[in-house]
Design a protein around this ligand. Structure first.
Ligand code: FES
Length: 95
């Protein structure tokens, strides 16, 4: 059993990143959501950080003492979605 139960909390369910990994990344000097994203892949899953990045920003605010409003979120890309080759070739939408 972990000494600190919070450490096992999954923050990024797409990339399976725990709170302890986020805290470790911050401890290594990654003090922005963009740096944390690059250091541990948190926010690079199919949802592109829509679920986890607000939680990462909250943890950053807590550890650094900055107001949450001063911690910018990384830019979001469109979520991954499948598209058929027929639709790409102009054949219309598959049923
Ligand atoms: S929950 Fe982190 S990228 Fe989806």
């Amino acid at each position: 059993m972990s000494e600190n139960l919070d450490d096992d909390i999954i923050i990024c369910r797409c990339e399976d990143i725990t709170l302890s990994e986020i805290r470790q990344s911050i401890g290594e000097g990654n003090l922005s959501t963009e740096e944390i994203k690059r250091s541990c892949r948190c926010g690079m899953g199919p949802c592109q950080g829509r679920t986890c990045m607000p939680l990462v920003a909250q943890e950053l605010a807590k550890i650094t003492g900055k107001p949450l409003a001063e911690i910018p979120l990384p830019t979001f890309r469109q979520p991954v979605a499948t598209i058929s080759l027929g639709a790409l070739g102009g054949g219309g939408v598959d049923e």
